[in-house]
Design a protein around this ligand. Structure first.
Ligand code: C2O
Ligand code: CU
Length: 472
């Protein structure tokens, strides 16, 4: 068998293995059907292809051999259990709330076509799940890609209420032998709370500007682990491994690079892109990148995850070749950094081009620069004291964003993927200091969809809007 068909075979058996795995994980209880009080929509289809059960609960989280703390997790695991399906399948997830507060789950990256009520935004798409209650989410696994799920209530994301949501494509456009998911996050001790800062990464520290921000993190976690005993990605010389990178941090942009290895970027926020080779990439809060790493440099090497806007300690995982003795080598990380303009979608983006039917100008601002000092704003309004953005079904909509603040804002639109440059994404970073980004999407998924900065503390202090389809 030649290498190509061996790879293909391995890819397909990996999918088959995934299928079997999800079968065992389907732990939904007979009694855990849909709520009966009529408050929530009934599941629309008969039996889903995959069933999962998640319990949001208080538990002990261990980030290093001698370091654990009590926090909120799904099923006592951090990151939460992987939810995996094949594109096009129907997935049902029963979420039980064992927390002392209400909660919801948002499926970041899925478009939820026709399933707005499953989007998990409290007060917008559903009533939050009360302590002791359960809510059954059900949706189509679309589009394929590296996605994630997380709480959408208050600052709960900055507890540990998050996990990977992997939708396998039926026919990947690239060949690889195995895959591994890396979830990047901050190590925050103590309760998440809004603080006022001079602005991390704003270059304005000491100017007395007050911006609502996250408390400083103690370090960087990769798959829930500090660098001293890191997550290990096992690899065999000659193999190609697909790394699924998810930035689940509330407030940190990370630069990712692997000593002595290239990153071949193949997907962002799900959709496939023409493979492009770089040495590092920056990943904003909520964004995902899939990269293929070719195992052509035996040894054990650091996968470096460095905060871009702060001096908080870096995190790491290890890329460990089977034959190596485990001693971690220091190599080189080159200087080619991924630019948005390097990315070209594999699928045609024709429907997202041309003259839009509606153009909406959105100025991102906050702190004392356009607000009361304790809020972040879009066109001067802080959510929930803000007007919805109305759109109509069938329109080609354009958002033109201008960032009048010094911080970058990773803006995320629910329920749609949008074109930015030559690629489709659901989250895009608008650079600070008058950075401008234009996104185009097709309004074909009626409902009320949240649009917000994925810096959790910016969202929480106002940088959010509802995008509503107008009914005739
Ligand atoms: Cu991942 Cu509204 O967010
Ligand atoms: Cu922001």
């Amino acid at each position: 068998m030649d290498t190509l068909s061996r790879r293909r075979l391995l890819t397909y058996s990996a999918i088959a293995a995934g299928t079997g795995l999800a079968g065992c994980v389907g732990r939904i209880r007979e009694s855990a059907g849909s709520p009966t009080d009529g408050e929530f929509p009934e599941p629309r289809y008969g039996d889903p292809d995959r069933e999962y059960h998640l319990t949001a609960t208080e538990s002990e989280v261990t980030v290093a051999p001698d370091e654990s703390h009590s926090d909120w997790t799904y099923d006592g695991e951090y990151p939460g259990p992987e939810i995996r399906a094949v594109e096009g399948e129907r997935v049902r997830v029963a979420v039980e709330n064992d927390l002392p507060e209400e909660t919801t789950v948002h499926w970041h990256g899925l478009v939820l076509d026709g399933d707005n009520a499953m989007d998990g935004v409290p007060g917008v798409t559903q009533a939050a799940i009360e302590p002791g209650d359960e809510f059954v989410y059900e949706f189509d696994a679309e589009p394929a890609g590296t996605h994630w799920y997380h709480s959408h209530v208050g600052l709960q994301l900055d507890r540990e209420l998050l996990g990977p949501l992997i939708i396998e494509e039926r026919e990947p456009h690239v060949e690889y032998d195995s895959e591994f998911t890396l979830i990047l996050d901050e190590h925050l001790l103590g309760e998440p709370r809004v603080v006022s800062s001079g602005g991390r990464g704003g270059g304005m520290g000491g100017m007395g500007g007050g911006f609502p921000d996250a408390p400083p993190a103690e370090g960087t976690l990769v798959n829930g682990l500090l660098p001293e005993e890191p997550a290990t990605v096992d690899i065999e010389a000659g193999d190609r491994i697909r790394l699924r990178l998810i930035n689940a941090a509330a407030a940190a942009t990370y630069r990712v690079g692997i000593d002595n290895h290239e990153l071949m970027v193949t997907h962002t926020d799900g959709p496939a892109v023409d493979p492009v080779a770089v040495d590092t990439l920056d990943i904003g809060m909520g964004e995902r990148y899939d990269v293929i790493v070719e195992a052509d440099s035996p040894g054990t090497w650091p996968i470096r995850v460095t905060p871009v806007d702060s001096s908080e300690p870096a995190g790491r995982a290890l890329l460990a070749y089977e034959q190596s003795d485990g001693t971690v080598s220091e190599g080189k990380v080159g200087s080619r950094r991924l630019q948005l303009s390097d990315l070209i979608a594999v699928d045609s983006l024709e429907t997202y081009r041309g003259t839009p039917d509606r153009t909406v100008d959105l100025t991102l601002s906050g702190g004392h620069m356009g607000g009361r000092g304790d809020e972040w704003t879009i066109n001067g309004q802080a959510y929930p004291d803000s007007d919805p953005i109305y759109i109509e079904e069938g329109e080609h909509v354009r958002f033109r964003m201008l960032n009048r603040s010094p911080m970058r804002h990773p803006m995320h639109l629910h329920g749609h993927h949008f074109r930015v440059g030559d690629v489709l994404k659901d989250t895009v970073v608008v650079p600070g200091h008058m950075g401008q980004v234009t996104i185009d999407f097709v309004a074909e998924n009626p409902g009320m969809w949240f649009f917000h900065c994925h810096h959790l503390y910016h969202m929480e202090t106002g940088m959010a809007r509802e995008v509503r389809y107008r009914h005739e």
